[in-house]
Design a protein around this ligand. Structure first.
Ligand SMILES: *Cc1c(COP(=O)(O)O)cnc(C)c1O
Length: 387
């Protein structure tokens, strides 16, 4: 059956997607389909050749000596902490303004996340708040072991200050770069910072696959070897020689094959994301607070997040946008230290004022590299007409 072409006046406008993964797929369909088919035909579904190919391409892309695929970005954090020999009772400093995985993975080991506030400007971990949290841990007699920084919405954290505090206090540093793969900090690509960097290939992340996936990066050969063993049941010479207690956390060959194709267009996509962000910022900066990048930092723009007056204004704006077909999402409406399950862990000072204010006032707008100017203009007009 053939369908008659729709006449122009009944063709509806293309729906505005928050993140348009279908547009991306359309642009690389031939290559992705062939790559998937190739895996189906060679049949090495677990740890097939594409996994290693991807790992060396990821290393070349981000400047880390070692890259290892794993099952998801949450496991990546777990693998990193296991490799750093985390023990029950250890303290790990984490921002509260993040996705649950950052603190959740600490709790897996019966270690203690201590919540830290973020900066007013970048929404990333605040060095002063981190320092206060470290002092708190010392004075409370807790065993401070490490820091997990988060590159929120795609922007690298304040690494000069965080690395200095890690060094001074003999703490390891894991960079939770689930949202920021592709970004740079003062010329250093994300993946080459900290003792271990973790990322996620969840479909909605800047570099996403077609299911769950993640990776760890390190310049330390010893840590790489341990994480490589941990992800396959603590394997030694092979997986039936078990030299440590491990987990099962491999990146599927199929996902690696998809990621190889996506990585080949990633630099182009990052430029397109920057263009979208620049257009938003110049069109909206007089009505809302637009995102601020620190000096000498690039973002991979996992989210484009504006800030309005308060929770009431935000809800009204969301309703207004929804009526005009513009999706928007609040990341993160309930910071971790205010979630019932995480409230049992320490928040030095009792509250995190910046985090709490952000939770009431931030709103993320549609952001992806396939947004054309006409669509973006619609979103901009919808936001502006509210004010
Ligand atoms: C998405 C995300 C994770 C977890 O990644 P998954 O692949 O979904 O497990 C961890 N940390 C942050 C900051 C994230 O945004």
């Amino acid at each position: 059956m053939t369908l008659a072409p729709l006449s122009n006046d009944v063709v509806s406008k293309k729906k505005i997607e928050f993140i348009d993964l279908k547009a991306q797929y359309e642009s690389i369909k031939g290559k992705v389909d062939a790559a998937i088919l190739h895996v189906l035909e060679h049949g090495h579904y677990i740890m097939g050749p594409e996994v290693q190919i991807l790992e060396s391409q990821l290393s070349a892309f981000c400047g880390a000596t070692h890259s290892l695929g794993c099952a998801n970005g949450t496991d990546a954090l777990g693998l990193a902490m296991r490799a750093l020999d985390i023990q029950a009772g250890d303290v790990v400093f984490v921002p509260s303004f993040t996705f649950a995985a950052t603190a959740e993975s600490v709790c897996w080991f019966e270690a203690t996340p201590v919540f830290v506030d973020v900066e007013e400007g970048t929404y990333n971990m605040c060095a002063n708040s981190l320092k206060a949290a470290i002092d708190y841990a010392h004075s409370a007699g807790l065993r401070a072991k490490g820091i997990i920084s988060v590159d929120i919405f795609g922007q690298p954290a304040n690494y000069d200050a965080i690395e200095a505090l890690a060094k001074e206090n003999d703490l390891w540093l894991i960079c939770d770069s689930a949202q920021s793969f592709g970004a740079t900090y003062k010329g250093r690509p994300v993946g080459s910072i900290g003792d271990i960097t973790t990322t996620s290939f969840f479909p909605a992340k800047p570099l996403g696959c077609y299911g769950d996936g993640g990776a760890v990066f390190t310049n330390n050969a010893q840590l790489c070897e341990v994480m490589g063993s941990l992800r396959v049941h603590g394997k030694g010479a092979d997986k039936y020689d078990n030299v440590r207690i491990g987990v099962n956390s491999r990146l599927d060959t199929l996902q690696a094959a998809v990621l190889i194709e996506k990585l080949s267009i990633f630099s182009k996509e990052l430029k397109a994301r920057q263009r979208v962000a620049d257009r938003y910022s110049s069109a909206l900066r007089d009505v809302v607070r637009v995102p601020v990048l620190a000096d000498e930092v690039t973002s991979s723009w996992a989210q484009y997040t504006i800030r309005v007056k308060d929770a009431t204004q935000r809800q009204d704006l969301m309703d207004h946008l929804k009526e005009r077909g513009v999706p928007s999402v609040v990341y993160y409406i309930k910071p971790l230290h205010m979630q019932k399950i995480y409230a049992q862990y320490p928040t030095p000072g009792g509250s995190l004022p910046v985090t709490e204010a952000l939770a009431d006032s931030v709103l993320s707008l549609p952001m992806h590299p396939y947004m054309d100017e006409a669509q973006q203009d619609e979103i901009i007009a919808a936001v502006r007409s509210f004010f």
